[in-house]
Design a protein around this ligand. Structure first.
Ligand SMILES: Cc1cc2nc3c(=O)[nH]c(=O)nc-3n(C[C@H](O)[C@H](O)[C@H](O)COP(=O)(O)O)c2cc1C
Ligand code: SF4
Length: 524
């Protein structure tokens, strides 16, 4: 056997999903197989490209570019070496260049442009792929013009409510206080969502850059990333990147040699859904039990420790470097209506090709589920998709022409939320799904207001009676009435939006509740 001292680069994700699928074992097998052959290899751990059904996706650096193989199991490694995968040779698992795969080629990647490509701990890699261009421009512009760029971009909060980011920032910028904060909401509690986790694991400097720009814009010198204990890999990646950024003078005093100072740290919650609600999050961050605060005051006026605070989702903040680097208009050129820019959509549930798909607003739900997602993993017909997490409506297939747009979804009593899509096949029992929505609310309720705390428990009881076929008509009337009370009387969207999945399931699939079958409505 001849030794080959020319080192070949092999890229394997260390994203939590890839690790769960055996990426660490694959890395060990590759290292051992290379050592046996005296072949020098450099194994670089990246984030995920987002084609989750292909994880672990192993990529080899060849003169033609990176060639992917996936999903690779530990037991495949020897055969891959034998086939000559180090030169990009043919093999049953070869997918070609990942960026040319149809799932990737159809995307418009801004936020996720580097994810799966760079080493998330490498400052040099980040810089080499356009990192910190947004901050450089922000430092030239100054606070007022930064907010003007964000306004031009039309960016709306990606955490769920779709509130214009520039208005929030302007409110905090205008507030007079000795201290202000930037809080990144990385709680990511919605079912079927993983974009925040993926970007924190795959491109953590982007979030650091976005938060730093936010700090400069509003006059905040301290930032916190609030995430959950279920995200240990994201926490480790963020903490590492924060250390590296500090070492390069990009966090701390006089960042990048400017007169601005900004530093940040990661805080971990215990994983309560309600702690994603911004005011409960602030309580949790202050060390209290996460309970929703009555508004006003808004967090922008009195937030963390009663100081003016910007709270933004990870995806809102990671869009910021691109808005500053390319200009607000560049970002606003993507999208439709009042939904501007790109949205990292997460396709999950009973779906063949699940993953992260970043695209401009306007794509239809049907394209996402059927064309890109490939329909159900079970092979049975799709029945519905729940979009926007546990508080989002069930959208039936006959409404799949719905474009991804905040207003179009709202017009159908549906929600884009954090961009999570959970697909269900015809086997889903929609009455049980409605019961689950009420049960979820009863378990996760912070208990502050009666419509949610008591209403959700009564909702579960009603659903149990309906499912058991007891006085169905009367119980459905009470359920509808209860939903109205929860919608109008709850203090936050946990109680206020739980009726949406319940009522959408009832509206579109009444026969599964023992009610007369649905009549096709002209409006649909
Ligand atoms: C029950 C509940 C849970 C929420 N969970 C999250 C979450 O996990 N992540 C998030 O960014 N926003 C979540 N939100 C929305 C936040 O309250 C808030 O609107 C958001 O963090 C603002 O950031 P944005 O403007 O960038 O979207 C939740 C809201 C509610 C009512
Ligand atoms: S709606 Fe539920 S979670 Fe929200 S404040 Fe009321 S009890 Fe708490």
């Amino acid at each position: 056997m001849t030794s080959n001292p020319v080192s070949i680069r092999i890229y394997v994700p260390k994203d939590a999903c890839a690790i769960a699928c055996g990426a660490d074992e694959v890395v060990a097998a590759i290292a051992a197989a290379a050592a046996r052959r005296q072949q020098a290899v450099e194994i670089i751990r990246t984030g995920s490209r987002g084609m989750l059904w292909l994880e672990p996706l192993v990529e080899v650096g060849t003169p033609e570019g990176r060639i992917g193989y996936g999903p690779v199991e530990e037991g495949d490694v020897e055969a891959l070496f034998e086939a000559g995968f180090l030169t990009g040779a043919a093999h049953g698992l070869r997918i070609g260049k990942p960026e040319e795969h149809p799932f990737m080629a159809k995307q418009t990647r801004l936020t996720f442009a580097r994810c799966g490509i760079v080493d998330p701990a490498s400052y040099t890699d980040y810089r080499a792929h356009g990192g910190y261009k947004g901050l450089e421009r922000a430092l030239q512009l100054g606070p007022v013009e930064i907010i003007e760029e964000v306004k031009k971009s039309g960016l709306r909060g990606r955490g769920g409510a779709g509130f214009p980011t520039a208005i929030k920032w302007k409110t905090v910028a205008d507030a007079k206080a000795d201290r202000k904060y930037i809080v990144c909401n990385a709680d990511e509690g919605d079912s079927g969502t993983f974009a925040d986790r993926m970007i924190m694991e795959g491109d953590p400097f982007e979030l650091i850059e976005g938060m730093t720009i936010a700090g400069i814009a509003v006059g905040a010198t301290k930032g916190f990333v609030y995430t959950r204990s279920e995200y240990p890999h994201a926490i480790a990646a963020m903490e590492k990147a924060i250390q590296v950024a500090r070492a390069h003078g990009m966090l701390g005093v006089n960042i990048a040699g400017s007169q601005h100072s900004f530093d940040m740290e990661v805080r971990m919650g215990a994983g309560a859904y309600v702690c994603g609600e911004e005011t409960a999050l602030l309580d949790s961050l202050e060390g209290k039990r996460g309970t929703v605060r009555a508004k006003p005051p808004l967090p922008a006026h009195k937030g963390l420790f009663q100081k003016p605070t910007v709270i933004n989702n990870v995806l809102s903040l990671t869009a910021i470097p691109h808005i500053l680097a390319g200009g607000g208009e560049f970002y606003a050129n993507f999208g439709m209506g009042r939904s501007r820019g790109t949205m990292p959509i997460q396709i999950a549930g009973n779906v063949k090709f699940g993953g992260l798909f970043e695209t401009a607003f306007g794509i239809t739900l049907g394209e996402l589920v059927n064309d890109i997602g490939g329909g159900t993993a079970s092979g049975k017909p799709v029945k519905a998709a729940q979009v926007g997490g546990p508080l989002g409506a069930y959208v039936p297939t006959w409404q799949f022409d719905l474009p991804f747009d905040y207003e179009a979804f709202a017009a159908k009593d549906a929600l884009i939320g954090h961009g999570g899509i959970v697909v269900f096949d015809e086997g889903a029992d929609m009455a049980k799904m409605a019961r689950f929505a009420m049960e979820f609310c009863s378990v996760e309720s912070c208990g502050k207001c009666t419509p949610c705390r008591i209403g959700s428990t009564r909702g579960v009881e009603l659903m149990d009676r309906i499912i058991a076929g007891q006085r169905v008509e009367a119980n459905l009337a009470t359920l509808t009435d209860l939903c109205q009370t929860m919608k109008l009387g709850s203090l936050c969207a946990l109680g206020g939006f739980t009726p949406y999945p319940v009522l959408s399931a009832l509206k579109h699939f009444p026969e599964e509740f023992g009610a007369p079958p649905r009549r096709l409505e002209a409006a649909e």
